[in-house]
Design a protein around this ligand. Structure first.
Ligand code: MRU
Length: 370
């Protein structure tokens, strides 16, 4: 996507062939800075500290992380240790383990001396596929938005609500939940986005609002608590969010607060869609609430907030009494029955086993284990 006229992806190999470059997302929206990942430890830290975040992007970063790690040695033990280190960085988004396992499957059968080159190639394939998937998600999602625009007589903009950041910054390019927005806007559909701020880390305020602003898409930032009110007053035509892990039965795990939006959407007959690539489905899982590991992050994320003061200095300030205990689950699970549909790279389906296996028949072997 374009940033001030220059095309960017969220991750790319450095021009000197010695490293990978990313946009440091902990500094946005105030500072746009490219960071260089030269070693495995840089890639692991970038994932853990959320310089990169979003399920597809952490998968892509881990794939490049394997390449970076193999530069120190390409034996089986080294490869497995690199994989373990990367998988441990964040527990919820399944794309991380998915990308690492895909790399292992490709690399382990190869002679160690050929692994370095093959790792770079495979990481690039993962990135290229992610871009293709997201573009297809955009096309399928834009058709839903177009239908709503027609229903509104093509007069008023379609009002879409999204949570967290599932835009191009969360993927290699395009995004998942925001891909349909970008595709619809490119088709000339009038669209306006309600952007949930997404406490505690405020990915909506710092990343989604930044992305939409750079793309010239009409939007308003709203407090997380405002969505239900907007839906009650007919100001939301549809919700689209992303997913960190989706069960084979269509339960969706996404950024904390997604579930509350889905409840409000159902109570107000607002369609609630989840946009995701097939790599976000964990085909082994049947019950999202019981089986998806929920990352618990540092309580400091709840107790402090980062912003820019009037003098232009980026600061972190406390928002609670000193020594106030806090609890910080980073994701929640929205049960399939609250999800109107899943927008995938292969089309839109019902959130459930039947819908998913109609789009991904090759995964039906997992059903035999029921
Ligand atoms: O903690 P984050 O910022 O990595 O969480 C990101 C999300 O919850 C996204 O909605 C999800 O990863 C889908 S990204 C296309």
């Amino acid at each position: 996507m374009l940033v001030d006229g220059k095309a960017y992806r969220s991750i790319w190999p450095a021009a000197d062939g010695e490293a990978v470059e990313i946009i440091d997302q902990t500094l946005l929206p105030f500072i746009f800075k490219v960071a260089r990942l030269s070693r495995l430890s840089d890639a692991a830290r970038a994932i853990r500290d959320m310089q990169v975040r979003g399920a597809p992007l952490i998968g892509a970063t881990a794939a490049y992380g394997i390449w970076l790690g193999l530069r120190q040695g390409t034996g089986d033990a080294q490869l497995r240790a690199i994989a373990d280190e990367l998988i441990a960085c964040r527990p919820t988004a399944v794309n991380l383990a998915w990308a690492v396992e895909r790399m292992l499957t490709k690399l382990l059968p190869l002679a160690p001396e050929t692994r370095l080159e093959a790792a770079l190639y495979e990481a690039e394939q993962i990135c290229a596929e992610d871009v293709r998937c997201n573009e297809a998600i955009g096309k399928h999602g834009a058709a839903l938005i177009a239908a709503l625009w027609d229903k509104k007589g093509r007069q008023e903009p379609v009002n879409l609500l999204t949570h967290c950041n599932a835009g191009w910054l969360a993927t290699v390019d395009w995004g998942t939940a925001l891909a349909p927005v970008y595709a619809a806007a490119a088709q000339g559909i009038a669209i306006h986005v309600w952007v949930d701020e997404t406490r505690p880390r405020n990915q909506g305020a710092s990343l989604t609002a930044w992305e939409l602003g750079k793309a010239g898409i009409a939007h308003h930032l709203i407090a997380d608590n405002a969505g239900g009110h907007l839906m009650q007053h007919g100001l939301v035509d549809l919700c689209i969010v992303g997913s960190d892990r989706t069960t084979a039965t269509g339960d969706v795990c996404n950024k904390i607060g997604t579930y509350l939006k889905a409840l409000a959407a159902q109570a107000n007959q607002v369609p609630f869609y989840v946009a995701l690539p097939g790599s976000t489905v964990d085909w082994r899982l049947r019950d999202g609430l019981a089986e998806i590991p929920i990352e618990e992050r540092d309580e400091a994320e709840v107790l402090f907030i980062q912003g820019k003061d009037e003098a232009g200095t980026v600061r972190r300030v406390a928002i609670a009494p000193e020594h106030c205990p806090a609890f910080n689950p980073a994701f929640d699970v929205t049960p399939a029955h609250l999800v109107t549909g899943l927008i995938t790279e292969r089309g839109v389906c019902k959130a459930g086993r039947e819908g998913l296996s109609s789009l991904y028949p090759e995964q039906s072997q997992h059903d035999q284990h029921d």
